[in-house]
Design a protein around this ligand. Sequence first.
Ligand code: ADP
Length: 193
Amino acid sequence: MLNFLIFGPPGSGKGTQSVRLAEKFNLKHLSTGDMLRAEIAAGTELGKKMSAIMATGELVPDEVVIEMIAARIDSTKDSAGFLFDGFPRTVAQTEALEAMLNERGMKIDSMLVLDVDHDELVKRLILRAELSGRPDDKDPAVIENRIDVYKAKTEPIIEFCRQRGIYQPVDGVGSIDDIFGRLSNLISGYTES
Ligand code: ADP
């Protein structure tokens, strides 16, 4: 089993690329953002609580997403591994994920980090708001907060992964196909060895 993290600031293209990569490499795509939005759409109590937090651009509590991932981590039947998208987002989530994988004789094999500059991110998110209808994409102040939260709470994971020798930066600017090609080359390095 090979386990990949796809990583990068909001608007860096993680979701778009994950769907395509999961299909190409037969990986199970787990997106905590999608899971949370599914809770909201289903009108659950959890969804109601989390939607208020997500609307501000802050992170939901670690326990909530760790539990969501834990509930799905044994469902890799027939797949080559996991592609984690939008999770982990804090060092505590990374440690929890590592422990869950280790308990099952697996590890985080690679962390693919999409590099996109600030102005390009804001441009993409504003454009996406029109298509996605996501409330957290509409408000420029919320977008800025999400980028700030990424820098403060999520970026420290890069150092954690650097120490484990699994950090792989990827240029996240260019066409969707170009970026897909760059990511695919890196993943192929694992699946073909
Ligand atoms: P994006 O990467 O474009 O910001 P996501 O769909 O990954 O979008 O996340 C949307 C929101 O859901 C985040 O701003 C945050 O509030 C919440 N969220 C998603 N994943 C996590 C996570 N792993 N930990 C905490 N909050 C999360």
